[in-house]
Design a protein. Structure first.
Length: 256
């Protein structure tokens, strides 16, 4: 009866002893309950929207952080401007020696052409779906703000005044939350807001955020952060090369 109800079916070989029959019943019950649940969970994971595109830089690796619900076209303009200024050029793609950029956006990652972004910027850009204003502290820890060369908080461009004000308030709260989480990052932060009222409000908060500009492209104010980022990355590479050379010298003396 148990074999019939579980729809397993009868085979040429079947258990005859009471113990083996109980073991077979237990295995059938286990498989009938676990396999469908596992398949449902796998189906849910495959159907769920993407949470990340690209490889997230390590917490100790020098990188840039860009936070905001930026339109895909605007994101491409911001990245071109950032990497162009870091290279000292007018625009273009990221070179192999440039720091990575971590983009955190609450928008669905399907709106961005992740494959094109990774190809254009040579795997230097990674996207994460998330909201800094949420209660998920693990997201802030994944940003690696201690090693961040620059943090850009961008308000979304809106034509409607009410939606523009809402976007500014969200970017304002995001910048204050980041500065509260790690006060030292305030000096490396560039905030772009639509309205002049919110820009004055942010500068009056006395949190150390000195770079506040209008929400267009990264503009000339990004140049100092880009130069600082390029200098810090070069210093880290030089220190790493020096440590490797000293280690190689010690190993050669030990061998001798």
């Amino acid at each position: 009866m148990f074999i019939t109800m579980s729809t397993v079916g009868y085979g040429d070989w079947s258990p005859t002893l009471p113990l083996t029959r109980w073991v077979c019943c237990f295995v059938i019950l286990l498989v009938v309950t676990i396999v469908p649940a596992t398949l449902n969970e796998l189906n849910r994971l495959l159907a769920s929207p993407a949470r990340r595109v690209g490889a997230v830089p390590r917490a100790t690796q020098p990188h840039f952080v860009l936070v905001g619900d930026v339109h895909p076209h605007m994101l491409d303009i911001l990245l071109r401007d950032l990497y162009g200024r870091c290279r000292g050029a007018s625009a273009g793609s990221a070179s192999s020696t440039m720091p990575s950029t971590l983009v955190v956006t609450p928008l669905a990652l399907e709106e961005y052409d992740g494959a094109a972004i990774l190809t254009r910027y040579r795997q230097k850009v990674s996207l994460i779906k998330g909201d800094v204003l949420s209660t998920d502290l693990s997201l802030l820890q994944r940003l690696g703000l201690e090693a961040a060369l620059g943090v850009f908080v961008i308000a979304r461009l809106e034509r409607d005044s009410s939606r523009q004000e809402e976007a500014d308030e969200r970017a304002l709260l995001t910048s204050l939350a980041l500065a509260k989480f790690l006060p030292s990052v305030a000096s490396r932060m560039l905030v772009q807001l639509n309205g002049a009222v919110h820009r004055r409000m942010l500068t009056d908060e006395h949190v150390g955020i000195k770079h506040v500009s209008r929400a267009r492209n990264l503009g000339p104010r990004a140049a100092p952060l880009a130069r600082v980022g390029r200098g810090r990355a070069a210093q880290r590479r030089a220190a790493l090369t020096s440590r490797r050379a000293r280690a190689a010298g010690r190993s050669s003396r030990t061998t001798w």
